[in-house]
Design a protein around this ligand. Sequence first.
Ligand code: SAM
Length: 288
Amino acid sequence: MSQFLISKLKEEYGCFFDRILAGFESKRVTTFRVNTVKATNEEVLSFLDERGIEYESVPWYDSAFIVRSNVDLRKLDIYDKGMIYIQSLSSMLPPIVLEPGCEKILDMTAAPGGKTTEIYNLSGGLALITAVEKNRIRADRLKYNLEKQGASATVIVGDATKLDEFFSFDKILLDAPCSGSGTLSDVNSFNDYLLDSSVKVQECLLNKALSVLKKGHIMVYSTCSILKEENEFQLDKLIKAGRIEIVEIDTDIFKDVLCLPTLIKGTVCVCPSALYEGFFIAKIRKIC
Ligand code: SAM
């Protein structure tokens, strides 16, 4: 593991460092979400039962399941038909916090579309979603997943920091590009350049998000990083500038989730573990 990351995590989390390290070292389980547009839980679970595939439910989400058998879900018919979406549990949390309904929603950095399709599902198919993705190859994957999942969204392939100010959204999900410090697959390649460049992109995206979000409306900011530079420090600058206020996240959802302390009350930082990737989530109201 990179020395730079070890020092950062020790500096920021002190006595919680060992817990984080244990989380990185544990083998991550496969989890999925039933795509309620195409299937019911009963249909998916009876498919699994018939094949002797073991699973567990997730206390905070009716549509989410943990796979306990050694099976490649990608080889199953239910995957092929878009009846399920393989997604980490942590990644399922931001759309739930967003509480999408029949409104204009911007998914600002959307590919491969796990959260876009989840927003569509949670809104009962009513959300008018605009999904932006800068990377062409990833944008193709986003379009493919939307179609496969039967979800509808307007896809813009381009840089979200350059979105026209003419746009105006009721809600925004900014699941920002980040250093990935919560999900590390290659812990050795982590360095200060990666962190600095992530922070710069996040700042630009946050500023643009605030310029296209309606005043008084809600945005969810999330990253798969647990470093404060990418999370609390980013929000702190906007709070001090009087541009946002934090809406406390209802922690009922998180009572079964192991969390790390955060510097801003009402925000959530999920601790890496076998079940969860490290993830930061904040619910924000635009003041001006
Ligand atoms: N929300 C996605 C999901 O749940 O499937 C994951 C998003 S991933 C954390 C961040 C994405 O942002 C990447 O696909 C990356 O290519 C894209 N991205 C990075 N900079 C961007 C920008 N300036 N405008 C739009 N997309 C950007």
